[in-house]
Design a protein around this ligand. Structure first.
Ligand code: BEZ
Length: 209
């Protein structure tokens, strides 16, 4: 069955540019982003991997490890890294799985045969500290992802875990948030002593904690 939100991210062992990885051991208790890209030496991927290297410190700040995947060998990843550095100004500073045998791609459903038999689609899995899948994205090969949006969603997920708030449409860091409906007014009083604005009993707005 396809992976779903809340599932434990499947464990695997695979080679990578950072050496042999045992995934659950590598995760430890950190959050992580596992993302696939279709192929090495392709243009959109080149821009994505360079940008992600530039933004890696933003993921670090949030306690989120980053790991890429394509169905190419380590030797190709390493050669391509030089092109990424040359054209994007940043070489990948995170491991990239060399999934030439498609073990991980199959486990995570990253190959969509009606899109391509040979390449992975652009999948993203956000995994929390308990190894649960918290977010999944699937983009086609021709569309580069927005990694700033990924940071925004991670901020939202982590705020929910820490403060029992949800984030409204187009929310950006610092904007007001919504008290989750499962929190009673009595419990909300303890968490938000400064109060909140009630637009409807189910729509309670509070400054971002
Ligand atoms: C790319 O990364 O540019 C790409 C990869 C596969 C198909 C189309 C574009």
């Amino acid at each position: 069955m396809a992976l779903q939100l809340g599932d434990v991210a499947p464990d695997f062992e695979q080679d990578s540019t950072g050496g042999h990885i045992r995934f659950h051991q590598w995760l430890g208790t950190s959050w992580a982003v596992l993302f696939s890209h279709p192929k090495d030496f392709t243009p959109v991927c080149t821009t994505e991997l360079g940008y992600l290297a530039r933004k890696k410190s933003e993921f670090d700040k949030r306690g989120v490890k980053v790991i890429g995947l394509s169905v190419d060998p380590v030797t190709d990843h390493e050669k391509w890294a030089q092109d990424i550095a040359e054209t994007q100004g940043h070489a990948p500073n995170y491991p990239i799985l060399a999934d030439a045998d498609r073990k991980v791609a199959s486990l995570y459903g990253m190959i969509h045969p009606n899109a391509s038999d040979t390449m992975t689609v652009r999948s993203v899995f956000v995994i929390d500290g308990a190894k649960k899948i918290r977010l999944m994205l699937t983009y086609p090969a021709s569309t580069g992802r927005n990694f700033d949006e990924l940071l925004r969603t991670i901020d939202s997920l982590q705020l929910t875990d820490q403060h029992k708030v949800a984030t409204p449409v187009n929310w950006q860091r610092g904007d007001d948030v919504i008290i989750v409906p499962s929190l009673s007014d009595a419990d909300a009083k303890a968490r938000f002593p400064g109060g909140w604005k009630t637009l409807k009993p189910y729509l309670r707005i509070v400054p971002q904690p």
